[in-house]
Design a protein around this ligand. Structure first.
Ligand code: NAD
Length: 312
């Protein structure tokens, strides 16, 4: 049985990965300090003898006695409201946290996978964004703490690959959604669903013409698993290229929740990207990966989960 160390495993994506890897017969050690995660996300896994939860801040030294085959580094605040509230923790987990996680991979001879983000492309001047695009990031703007932390994390990961010959992988994740997102985490889909279900106005930033591409969580997890088992050491985009304006998204959620909420408009946050769409040619060619879940199905599954009284 192979052992995975998963940092950030109690978060939205991390908890889905924990479940998926346990189903694939991995032993999973989930390390999380619960800064933005929730132990309830992994509550149903705790009885599994192949699962361990360790509450630990990965910006501090990580010490484990047992053998590790894969280190998956997902710890980081990920929603704009989180990283704007936690700017220093965000920079620290991208830099010191990535350094510590790479240190474990080096000491144990493990493979390493970094959760990076489409935010490394900033407010892109090329559309859709291929991995070869270097991005358009404002390093000192309010979003810079997240974007630059991930850009540094990518640079450090490839430095460990080139210097220490570690088998590293980097996934550039585009907006992903699904069950286990926090209702109030500020990202468009949970925010709109929360507002629609509680009959509050649905708040769209700007005129809502900015676009986003949304990937359902099961498609992302499938892509990550294929990347883990590939020999690609350089970044790979994983996201769903179907692109919608934020206003279209708000209208879809209003319709699927049968909500009477009004849609209202608020000023666009600073440095908010105007467009976002992954070029997934690399994932298609080398991982044979394609997203399968269409927006209507994904949104309906997410809405049903938000409506469930017990969130397991
Ligand atoms: P999340 O906030 O739900 O999960 C992040 C987890 O990391 C949380 O459980 C949090 O407690 C933990 N964490 C943060 N700092 C830590 C630290 N110092 N030590 C230990 N644990 C720490 O966010 P998510 O959406 O699940 O994102 C997971 C990863 O995927 C992040 O690295 C994020 O940057 C990346 N990502 C997510 C998306 C998305 O659409 N959800 C898009 C791009 C990239």
């Amino acid at each position: 049985m192979k052992t995975v160390l998963l940092t950030g495993g109690a978060g939205f994506i991390g908890s889905h990965l924990c479940r998926y890897l346990l189903d694939k017969r991995f032993r999973v050690i989930c390390v999380d300090n619960l800064l933005t995660g929730d132990l309830n996300n992994v509550a149903s896994l705790r009885a599994n003898p192949n699962f361990d939860f360790i509450k630990h801040d990965v910006t501090k030294n990580i010490h484990l006695d047992e053998d590790i085959d894969f280190v998956l580094h997902f710890a980081s605040p990920a929603s704009p409201i989180d990283y704007k509230k936690l700017p220093i923790q965000t920079l620290k987990v991208g830099s010191l946290g990535t350094h510590n996680a790479l240190g474990v991979a080096k000491a144990k001879g493990a493979k390493f996978l970094l959760a990076s983000t489409s935010e490394v492309y900033g407010d892109p001047l090329i559309h859709p964004q291929p991995e070869s695009y270097w991005g358009n990031v404002n390093p000192i703007g309010p979003r810079g703490v997240y974007d630059e932390a991930k850009r540094f994390a990518e640079a450090l990961t490839l430095a460990y690959h080139r210097t220490h010959k570690i088998d590293t992988k980097i996934v550039r994740i585009f907006n992903t959604y699904g069950p286990h997102m926090r209702r109030k985490d500020g990202r468009a889909i949970p925010e709109f669903i929360d507002q629609a279900l509680s009959g509050k106005p649905i708040t769209v930033f700007g005129d809502g013409s900015q676009t986003r591409s949304f990937c359902y969580i099961s498609d992302l997890v499938d892509g990550i698993y294929r990347l883990m088992n590939s020999d690609l050491n350089e970044p790979v985009n994983i996201g769903n290229p179907a692109e919608f304006s934020v206003l279209e998204l708000a209208n879809m959620i209003k319709k699927f929740t049968k909500s009477k909420s009004k849609i209202i408009f608020k000023p666009l946050p600073i440095d908010d990207p105007k467009v976002r769409q992954p070029d997934i040619s690399k994932a298609k060619k080398y991982l044979k990966w394609l997203p399968k879940v269409e927006i209507e199905e994904g949104l309906n599954k997410t809405i049903s989960w938000f409506n469930k009284p017990s969130k397991s």
